[in-house]
Design a protein around this ligand. Structure first.
Ligand code: PMP
Length: 285
């Protein structure tokens, strides 16, 4: 059976799930999205993801034509309808079809799309050996230009950094903010371990408030680790004992090299491995 995609209240076969070429989501990246995971057919932190979707929409003054509860149910139903156990779900709300001009007020029919699919994980080997990443020359969007806490359909900032990473043979790239501070990676948040403390940039560094980031902070505090959301420099990264990334798709993944400099011992560290394991269990419990 072909994949059933939810679009504006109905499930249709994937090949029939289409939007207009006049949709401002396509023409201008005018829309918002979420990426979620299901484990054993249950969506991880569904309410938090739905809340973030609505916050993103509110930030761009896009009114989603359904309640948060109905959105949560539609996401759940997408997983059930497609018989997915461990999967990845993409929820998208576009501004809808309008004219070729920018004016969002000419778009009267926001499109709500939910795609539930299999999850394409990073190779297992990378979780054991750790990632090598570079610092991109592309800085993260200035919060006063397009705030990174809005998960908008305009991901070019991240894509440009991702291209630079890929050209250097790295699947992730670190992005600094306009002040030269560590922000986040193209699709993941960043953590460091230094002297037994867990450090991560604060939200006002201009980052997405990752849901995995939040879960990892909670888990770390439960184990008695001190967690500081604090401004970090590139030198803090190079001097760290351990480094790892968090994200819905990646979960927790160790980083062992940044810009050709080994982090700590050059192998995934004990605190990273412990938190990776704890997150793995939390997501599947
Ligand atoms: N930062 C960016 C830019 C992202 O796109 C993502 C993942 N979508 C994250 C961080 C991680 O967020 P989450 O843990 O909610 O997936």
């Amino acid at each position: 059976m072909s994949r059933q995609v939810y679009i504006n209240g109905k499930f249709v076969p994937a090949e029939q799930a289409t939007v207009s070429v006049f949709d401002h989501g396509l023409l201008y990246g005018d829309g918002v999205f979420e990426g979620l995971r299901s484990y054993n057919s249950k969506v991880f932190r569904l309410e938090q993801h739905v809340r973030r979707l609505y916050e993103s929409a509110e930030a761009i003054r896009l009114e989603i034509p359904m309640s948060q509860a109905a959105m949560g149910e539609a996401i759940d139903l997408s997983v059930q309808t497609n018989g997915i156990e461990d999967g990845y779900i993409r929820a998208v709300v576009t501004r809808g079809a309008g004219t070729l001009g920018l004016d969002p007020n000419r778009c009267h029919d926001p499109q709500v799309i939910i795609i539930a699919d299999a999850i394409a994980l990073y190779p297992e080997e990378l979780y054991e050996k750790g990632l090598e990443i570079i610092t991109s020359s592309v800085i993260r969007n200035h919060p006063a230009a397009l705030n990174p806490c809005i998960k908008s359909l305009n991901y070019l900032n991240n894509i440009l950094a991702k291209i630079e990473g890929l050209e250097a043979g790295c699947i992730e790239a670190l992005m600094l903010n306009h002040k030269g501070e560590v922000a986040e990676c193209t699709g993941d948040n960043l953590f460091l371990v230094r002297d037994g403390q867990l450090l991560t940039p604060p939200l006002d560094a201009g980052i997405l408030g990752g849901i995995t980031r939040g879960a990892v902070i909670e888990l770390a505090r439960e184990t008695g680790l001190e967690v500081l959301e604090t401004t970090l420099s590139q030198d803090d990264v190079y001097a760290a004992d351990e480094c790892f990334l968090t994200g819905t798709a990646a979960e927790v993944i160790p980083v062992v090299k940044v810009d050709d400099r080994s982090i700590g011992t050059g192998k995934p560290g004990p605190i990273t491995l412990d938190l990776k394991e704890r997150f793995h269990r939390l997501a599947r419990e």
